[in-house]
Design a protein around this ligand. Structure first.
Ligand SMILES: Cc1cc2nc3c(=O)[nH]c(=O)nc-3n(C[C@H](O)[C@H](O)[C@H](O)COP(=O)(O)OP(=O)(O)OC[C@H]3O[C@@H](n4cnc5c(N)ncnc54)[C@H](O)[C@@H]3O)c2cc1C
Ligand code: SF4
Length: 341
């Protein structure tokens, strides 16, 4: 049994101070991921800092005309909020595609960003895993890797050549795929004050440090997530492909958002889930669509561009073709060229 202490923070500053003074402490919000990981002996914090009483559970308007989601908003309250449904239906759709009603009632938006991979070996402490134990190896690369990444696993080394991967895990969140497409901004507070992190820079690729999932500093807490004014509420689609119709993580998912003027695309966003260590976007692929008619051929060209460099590891190689087809279908559905059911 691993013993730990429990404290409840009554102010954001107190939570930050407590975390800064103890590097093995962890914040706990809904507990739906952290407590599971503690039971499996994957996470062993010496102290839990309960943040659930902090004043971070509201949605408010931003000066720019967007919405600010408090980090302690539950996934359920966010997805069913009237302002989200009207102005950011893509976000609502992604949240409701995840987990179960019971989990969404507990899970918080901040915790959703911080949830850890579902790689089987990460959970199995009897196997080598560079993410759980840096330097121990990766059991998935030559193991059972059906749910693993096909993009961003190999990054250029100091010689400019693509290095062999250290980790091929994926980020499991659905919500984060919409937040990437919407270009949300993560607001954090730490010992050095507040800062804002563009969503594209929040999660990182594994590179040489697969044990680090994101760019949050150890003493920082997520306080809110800002949604920019543009919500793509007219033409959007979240297509999630998985082994079961509900209560399963994505094998491949696509958040597609378009702005159309008489059938011509004036703006496009495409983010992929289930394929990389972070929600996957490629602005060049989106730029290929701008100024063009919304046709299957143009969507296929964008899909080819998005998947450039995709690499399978055996069991997961099917994901490359699955992603190609899913991108084309999701864009067709967002453009209302195809039915959504
Ligand atoms: C069976 C099951 C199925 C699921 N299916 C899906 C799915 O299909 N799609 C999907 O997207 N998700 C799914 N989830 C994951 C679920 O969405 C996450 O567990 C949840 O969002 C985490 O939020 P939480 O508040 O419970 O986080 P916690 O478990 O409390 O914390 C998780 C991590 O976040 C950190 N943290 C929490 N809040 C903050 C903060 N404000 N600032 C800094 N760090 C913080 C904690 O320290 C911890 O490291 C599933 C979970 C389970 C158990
Ligand atoms: S893919 Fe990543 S999380 Fe999974 S075993 Fe390899 S190093 Fe660990």
């Amino acid at each position: 049994m691993n013993s730990f202490t429990y404290t409840r923070a009554d102010a954001i500053e107190t939570a930050v101070d407590e975390r800064a003074s103890d590097q093995t402490a962890k914040f706990v919000a809904g507990g739906t991921n952290l407590i599971d990981l503690m039971k499996e002996n994957v996470e062993r914090p010496t102290r839990l800092i309960d943040i659930t009483r902090l004043p971070m559970a509201t949605i408010s308007e931003t000066l720019e005309g967007g919405l600010r989601l408090g980090a302690l908003m539950t996934n359920a309250d966010t997805a069913y909020d009237e302002r989200i449904l009207q102005r950011y239906p893509l976000l609502s759709q992604t949240i409701l595609a995840g987990a179960s009603p019971q989990l969404r009632n507990m899970a918080t938006d901040g915790g959703n960003l911080m949830q850890r991979t579902r790689c089987y070996y990460f959970y199995d402490v009897a196997t080598p895993c560079n993410k759980r134990e840096p330097g121990s190896g990766c059991s998935a690369i030559n193991g059972f890797n059906r749910i693993h990444a096909i993009l961003g696993t190999r990054t250029p080394g100091t010689d400019g050549q693509l290095a062999e991967p250290n980790c091929i895990a994926t980020h499991p969140s659905d919500m984060c795929v919409a937040l990437a497409a919407l270009e949300a901004v993560v607001r954090v507070t730490g010992k050095n004050g507040e800062r804002s992190i563009p969503f594209a820079d929040f999660h990182k690729l594994p590179g040489d440090t697969p044990h680090i999932d994101n760019t949050l500093e150890p003493d920082e807490i997520i306080t809110a997530i800002d949604l920019p004014p543009k919500g793509f509420a007219d033409n959007f689609m979240y297509l999630k492909l998985r082994d079961r119709a509900s209560y399963a993580f994505a094998l491949v998912s696509v958040a597609a958002a378009l702005e159309l003027d008489n059938g011509t695309i004036t703006d496009a966003r495409i983010a992929l889930g289930g394929v990389a260590h972070k929600p996957w976007r490629k602005p060049e692929a989106e730029a290929l669509l701008v100024g063009k008619p919304a046709t299957k051929e143009n969507f296929q060209a964008a899909a080819e561009s998005l998947l450039t460099g995709a690499q399978g590891y055996g069991h997961n190689t099917f994901k490359i073709e699955l992603a190609r087809r899913a991108i084309v279908r999701a864009l067709g559905q967002a453009a209302k060229l195809e039915p959504t059911a």
